[in-house]
Design a protein around this ligand. Structure first.
Ligand code: SF4
Length: 359
């Protein structure tokens, strides 16, 4: 493909214009489109809005398991028979201690994640108070993922100081019934619209590799563009034995990188985060993902562990990127990983480190 093709991708994206579905499909699968110039074209867009910075996020799995929903990919789903460490919402002191730890470790954003369909009004009031305390004590951005939320709940959380609400679309509207039967794509969309209505920034992303086609990935990227999401996590599916979706996707590093490039072109100003599955599916090409994406999770994901943080930090530095942090001196975190099942599942002492240290 001629160099003008790649150049046009960058300029079209920077000018805020939409790529056609045909062009998007080509980016994902056309063999005549070479990966290196494609990555460079996406990098030009990334660099315009985020320079060479990488934002690091730490997830706090504040409530694990006990979920009535049946998302087919999820170890916490009611339909799953996975030996996870289930626990109800952590005590406030534990969540606050983990916020402090995230702040001290140099994380830019602290993400509180709860399993479940959505919080009750009483739980929303509790979360609002907790978020207010975190924001009072630590200069760290706070993101909450708590399931389906209506306008009143979104407003209460925003008033408390919440910076972002996470609710992933995960896959296209067409493909959604194949990955969940207890709630719909529209339910998820309404949660994001509620957040938007009250002026709360949205974080919403995708899981690549759940049996969808390239057209589904294009649809989701365009839906997220319409929502003007501030943050867009791109997960690469890791099947967990005991869930309904156990087929290992045939994702190549080349394809995963093309997906990240496409998402960058279609969502030029979004913080695009390389999320779960990066280690497994990108393999030796993982560092290349930093060219289209500008954000990463460290310390693993919800139930699965990730690469040691020190290795991730080294990779970022080696590639010439800098870490956007809330502290001058970034402390390196300890490596935590232990094999359990077919993916590395987190142990209770990792999910609830405070409880362990107080025991
Ligand atoms: S993804 Fe969330 S809502 Fe779906 S089963 Fe898992 S915890 Fe429940």
């Amino acid at each position: 493909m001629e160099t003008t093709f790649y150049h046009n991708l960058t300029t079209t994206s920077l000018q805020g214009e939409l790529l056609s579905d045909v062009c998007c499909e080509k980016i994902l699968i056309a063999p005549e489109i070479d990966l290196l110039p494609l990555l460079d074209a996406a990098y030009q867009v990334r660099k315009t809005y985020f320079q060479n910075e990488v934002q690091l996020h730490i997830l706090n799995n504040a409530q694990n398991g006990y979920c009535p929903e049946d998302c087919h990919y999820c170890a916490q789903a009611s339909s799953a028979s996975v030996d996870i460490e289930a626990y109800p919402l952590k005590p406030d002191a534990e969540i606050l201690a983990e916020a402090e730890r995230a702040y001290e470790s140099g994380a830019y954003r602290y993400c509180i994640v709860m399993s479940g369909r959505g919080p009750s009004p009483k739980r929303v009031a509790h979360l609002a108070e907790l978020i207010g305390t975190v924001k009072e004590r630590y200069p760290i951005e706070v993101c909450l993922s708590a399931g389906l939320i209506d306008i009143e709940a979104a407003r209460a959380l925003k008033d408390a100081g919440l910076d972002r609400l996470n609710h992933n679309l995960n896959t296209s509207e067409t493909h959604y019934p194949k990955i969940c039967s207890t709630h719909s794509y529209q339910d998820r969309m309404e949660t994001l619209q509620a957040a938007q209505t009250v002026g709360l920034a949205c974080c919403s992303g995708v899981i690549v590799g759940m049996g969808e086609g390239v057209d589904d990935l294009i649809q989701v990227a365009k839906a997220l563009r319409q929502l003007e999401v501030a943050s867009l996590p791109v997960n690469f599916f890791l099947p967990i034995s005991g869930t309904q979706l156990t087929e290992t996707p045939t994702l190549t590093p080349d394809y995963c990188l093309r997906v990240l490039c496409l998402y960058r072109f279609l969502n030029p100003r979004a913080e695009i985060r390389i999320a779960a599955g990066r280690e497994h599916h990108l393999r030796s090409m993982e560092v290349m993902a930093l060219y289209p994406a500008n954000s990463m999770f460290v310390e693993g994901y919800l139930n699965a562990t990730g690469t040691a943080t020190s290795r991730t930090l080294q990779m970022i530095e080696d590639a010439g990127f800098t870490i956007k942090t809330n502290r001058e001196n970034l402390e390196q975190l300890e490596e935590k990983a232990k094999k359990k099942g077919d993916v590395l599942l987190k142990e209770l002492k990792v999910l609830r480190p405070r409880m362990e240290s107080n025991a």
